[in-house]
Design a protein around this ligand. Structure first.
Ligand SMILES: *Cc1c(COP(=O)(O)O)cnc(C)c1O
Length: 383
């Protein structure tokens, strides 16, 4: 795993492009879609994922995850769908974690049957819940940890060892942790995915995705990606490089705020339960400590039944009640009403999502301002 000191330097400098013409301090933006043939095997072209800015940024993010290679996509879902489709064919089977990001679940439910790809969901978050689902035609295991929105932790080493024994691949959506808090490749996971719209971007103004892994795995992804065409504009690639320079300090501040908010809410009598792996009361606190470098900026909590959860959200004055997460500004939402609204009641309750649940994404504001905002919203939402 990259040492923390190195990690900060990698965030700023890995993969940077030199401005040899003018000696500028930052990577120049090469907006060209057309390049003369050089010694690269495939001609340089944006949809071939190999323009100078794309390659520079891949190098930076791959360095942060300890990956050999990577590719940048136009959204998290472009990265996820392309990684899965490239590694599967008709008749194959995949084991998925049950509580997946909503978009990923929709993708599987609506697209896989068209291609004759089979899947099943593990019935819990223990490694044995995954191994019992493995069949003769199973090609891979797909996980997300910490999970959304209940912050369950899955044992990375155990999952990778089951997969290696069965000769199948593993993929993880590492969005919630970010490369600062968790580097799954060091635990034997094959492919790491990120919605760069979240922590890598960090300012709620970029939509992008990343796939990372060995050169061999990325070559397989590339073979399909150039046909599916989900590349990211170089203008946005350039902006994303700027964001990643501050990734470490942003996420560090978000981790600190989340820990303090979780401890604060845990003591309040209007809160029923707090879901945060940094709390000693979290059932997987020790596992999280063992495989994460920090507990992350995401937490959820259940309001007691005498509080109207919708009114609570609308009463927040500093914290924004918006859909996305991981920005420098704190946001909160009701999974029941938004991110998990497309699931039916049974699916939601199987994942432990109650109408009283609030998912909170810590920003980098002063933590006392965030605590006061949560407290005044509770006062207004009491019924
Ligand atoms: C947002 C998100 C995605 C999808 O990313 P987009 O950039 O919106 O396509 C996938 N996984 C997780 C965990 C996410 O939070």
């Amino acid at each position: 795993m990259a040492k923390k000191g190195d990690f900060r330097t990698l965030c700023v400098h890995a993969g940077e492009l030199k401005d040899t013409q003018y000696g500028g301090a930052i990577s120049p933006l090469y907006a060209s879609t057309s390049y003369t043939f050089t010694d690269v095997k495939v001609g340089q072209y944006p949809r071939y994922f190999n323009t100078p800015n794309q390659r520079g940024l891949c190098k930076k993010i791959a360095a942060l995850e300890g990956a050999e290679a990577g590719m940048i996509f136009g959204s998290g879902m472009a990265a996820i769908s392309t990684a899965l489709l490239s590694h599967l064919k008709s008749g194959d089977h995949v084991v998925f974690q049950n509580d997946l990001y909503g978009g990923t679940r929709n993708f599987i439910k609506h697209e896989f049957s068209k291609y004759g790809i089979e899947y099943s969901f593990a019935k819990g978050s223990l490694a044995k819940n995954f191994s019992v689902e493995i069949k003769n035609n199973t090609k891979g295991i797909y996980i997300e940890t910490p999970s959304n929105p209940t912050l369950k932790i899955i044992d990375l080493k155990a999952i990778s060892s089951i997969a290696k024994k069965s000769g199948i691949w593993t993929m993880i959506d590492n969005t919630f942790a970010s490369p600062v808090n968790q580097n799954p490749i060091s635990f034997g996971i094959d492919i790491v995915l990120h919605s760069a719209t979240k922590y890598l971007g960090g300012h709620s103004d970029i939509c992008a995705g990343v796939v990372l892994g060995s050169k061999k795995a990325i070559n397989i992804v590339f073979a399909s990606a150039k046909n599916l065409g989900g590349s990211l504009s170089d203008y946005t690639v350039w902006l994303l490089e700027r964001s990643v320079k501050t990734l470490f300090i942003r996420v560090q501040a978000q981790n600190n705020n989340a820990q303090q908010i979780a401890e604060f809410l845990d003591k309040e009598d209007w809160v029923d339960h707090v879901f945060y792996p940094g709390l000693r009361s979290h059932p997987n606190h020790e596992l999280a400590k063992a495989q994460m470098n920090g507990f992350g900026g995401m937490l959820s909590f259940n309001l007691k039944s005498f509080i109207n959860s919708k009114k609570f959200l609308l009463s927040l004055m500093l914290i924004k009640p918006t859909m996305s997460l991981a920005g420098v500004e704190s946001t909160a939402l009701s999974p029941h009403l938004t991110s998990h609204a497309l699931l039916n009641e049974n699916e939601r309750s199987a994942q432990g999502i109650s109408p009283q649940m609030i998912r909170f994404s810590s920003g980098i504001e002063a933590v006392d301002d965030l605590k006061s905002d949560l407290f005044q919203a509770y006062k207004k939402a009491k019924q």
